[in-house]
Each structure stands twice: as C-alpha cells, then as structure tokens.
Design a protein around this ligand. Structure first.
Ligand code: DAH
Length: 334
C-alpha cells in the first residue's frame, strides 16, 4: 500500500478509538497509540522522507490535514470526559433541604451597648474612649478619691509592676477626666468600656466587666436633667413600664450623689421590687478644679452603670459568667 492510501484508513481507526474512549486514561492511551512519538500516525510523517520528492508536498499536506482533524476530536473529547469526571458519581437528590451557612451574630453585651449608645446619640451624646491601663491620677486622684480610699487598696485593684504604679482601670470614670483635660465645655459624652476589679467570679461578679459612663457639662445643669435623661434611655432600652428611683448615696467625685434603682415587671419576676443599677450625681467642684474648669461657671452631672447588669435584666440571665464562656448554645439565643 502506498503512503497516500494509508492516511485515510489510519485516520479513521484513530478517530473511532478516540471517539470510543470512555474515560480520560483510555483517551490518553488512544492518543499515544496514534499520535505519540512512536504512534502509528506519527510513523507516516517519518516515512515522508522516503517518498518521491514530487509527491512530498501533497503528501505532507494530506497528513497534516488528517492530523489536525484528529487533534480537534481529541481536544473536544478531552473536554467532554473532564466534565464527566467532575460530575458527581451518584444521582443528585433535589428534594434534600439546602445547606444554610451558619451566620455569626453580635454578643449580647455588644447588642446592649449598641442600643444604649444609639439612645444617647439621639439626644446629642458622642462616644469617647480612654485607656484600660490607667494611672492612679486619672482613676482616683483627679476624681477626688483620696489615697486612703479602699478602692485604691492592692487587694481591690490590679496594679501593674511599673514605677509609676499603673493599674487596670476600676471604672470608666477615668475617661471623664481625660476628656475634660482635652476640651472645654459644653460636654456630652458616653463611654462604654471594659473595667477590672479584684473580685472572685460568682453569679453576679467577675474580675472584668463593662460599664457605660456618662458626662454632661454645661451652664445651669440640674439633677432634673440627669433624671430625665436616664429615664429616657432606660425606657427606650427596657420598655415604658420601667420605673427609676434615685436614692441618696456617696461618691467622692459627685455632690450630691445617688444610686439609681430600677423596677420593672422583669425585676419583679426575679423576686425583687427594686434593683440597683447605677451610680450618679452632680460633678463635684473639686473635679472641675482639677481639670481647670471654673465651678462657679460650669455645672454638670455624671453617671456610671454596669452593662452586664442591664443585659441580665433584659434577657433574664441569672449568671454573669455565661457572658464570658463563649458557649455557642448560650450565644445562639441572642
Ligand atoms: N464609678 C462608679 C462605679 O464604678 C459609678 C459612678 C458613680 C460613676 C457616680 C459616675 C458617678 O460617673 O457620678 O461604681
């Protein structure tokens, strides 16, 4: 058989085998058999050299045309088989329910903080921030808290081994001082943040917890403004049945000072009529003097309350430690 007669039948059988290959290895086998370095079709090209010179151009053209046809089929078949290999082996059950991605959510303390901040923003307060590692001056002295005050006992506060007696702030009140040092009245700030005390953890105590501080300084500020503001925010947060009571108290940085008690159907469900929720009062003149404000010109009020306390009332949570354990079964409920 002459070379030209071999081309067509060889091409036909190569095309048949390529088309019949049922998976990628079989396809590759067929490719090697015909088009590999030692493949039979490649063999035709090698024989071209021994063909009569005048036939060579035409033969070469025929061989290359046939080869191009085979290669086109090879690549089409490869795509088909790759797709087939990628498909699932088993039938798909379209009646199965879909898979939902698990969505995260905000921690209940973050949710409560955000809600409190949102309420205060409505009445013109802005959020301020300060360091958790504080010095004694901002945490105590500037707040008119003398050196013999029990809060300054190393049994009550975490001190850092540092020449300037740094400590972990025991309350967010230190930020009142930092803000007043930097700017002139009027001031309307709230300060959500983490605080630290040397308490043993139990159902109502934890060595770290969160507070929100508020400070309002302007001319002619009264206790009435304080009560109205706090009432507005608590009603927004916990419902309109909420009642607040101001009870005289002592804080060294306010005069007069009060504790705020809170009553609501939820508190009664917990078996109590009133629950203490915050400390507050009119900013002490000595505090104003420390930051260089004239107490004859400026007046103001401040408060501080525990965020955990509010979250516990709002969600009827009976153990503060649940907030810090990161148990998904707990967190999923909010
Ligand atoms: N710092 C107080 C505490 O941690 C709470 C407090 C009381 C904050 C009276 C105030 C205030 O701003 O005026 O218990």
């Amino acid at each position: 058989m002459s070379l030209v007669q071999e081309i067509e039948p060889l091409k036909q059988s190569a095309m048949a085998e390529l088309a019949a290959a049922s998976d990628l290895p079989a396809l590759d086998q067929a490719r090697v058999k015909f088009l590999g370095a030692n493949g039979s079709f490649t063999g035709l090209l090698k024989q071209l050299g021994s063909a009569p010179k005048e036939e060579r151009p035409n033969l070469g053209k025929l061989i290359n045309l046939a080869k191009a046809e085979m290669e086109a089929l090879l690549s089409a078949r490869r795509s088909e088989l790759e797709l087939k290999a990628a498909l699932p082996k088993e039938a798909t059950d379209f009646s199965l329910p879909g898979r939902r991605p698990v969505l995260g959510r905000l921690h209940p303390l973050t949710q409560v903080t955000d809600d409190i901040v949102r309420s205060f923003r409505k009445i013109g307060f802005v959020v301020a921030d300060g360091p958790e590692i504080e010095d004694e001056y901002h945490c105590f002295d500037a707040l008119n808290t003398p050196a013999d005050h029990p809060a300054r006992d190393s049994q009550d506060t975490f001190y850092i081994d540092h020449p300037s007696r740094l400590l972990l702030r025991t309350h967010t009140s230190s930020v009142q001082i930092r803000v007043m040092e930097k700017q002139q009245p009027p001031i309307r700030i709230i300060v959500p943040g983490r605080v630290y005390r040397r308490d043993n953890a139990d159902a109502t105590h934890n060595p770290t917890f969160h507070q929100i501080e508020g400070l309002y300084v302007d001319k002619n500020v009264t206790v009435g403004d304080l009560k109205g503001t706090v009432e507005f925010v608590f009603k927004e947060l916990l419902g309109s049945e909420v009642k607040l009571r101001f009870r005289p108290h002592y804080f060294s940085y306010t005069e007069p000072s009060f504790e705020i008690d809170f009553s609501s159907p939820m508190v009664r469900k917990m078996g109590k009529e009133w629950l203490e929720i915050a400390g507050c009062g009119m900013v002490h003149p000595k505090v104003f003097e420390k930051v260089g404000y004239d107490p004859e010109v400026w007046s103001g009020w401040a408060f501080g309350f525990g965020i955990e306390r509010i979250a516990m009332i709002r969600y009827e949570i009976n153990d503060i430690r649940l907030f810090y354990q990161n148990d998904v079964r707990f967190l999923e409920q909010f």
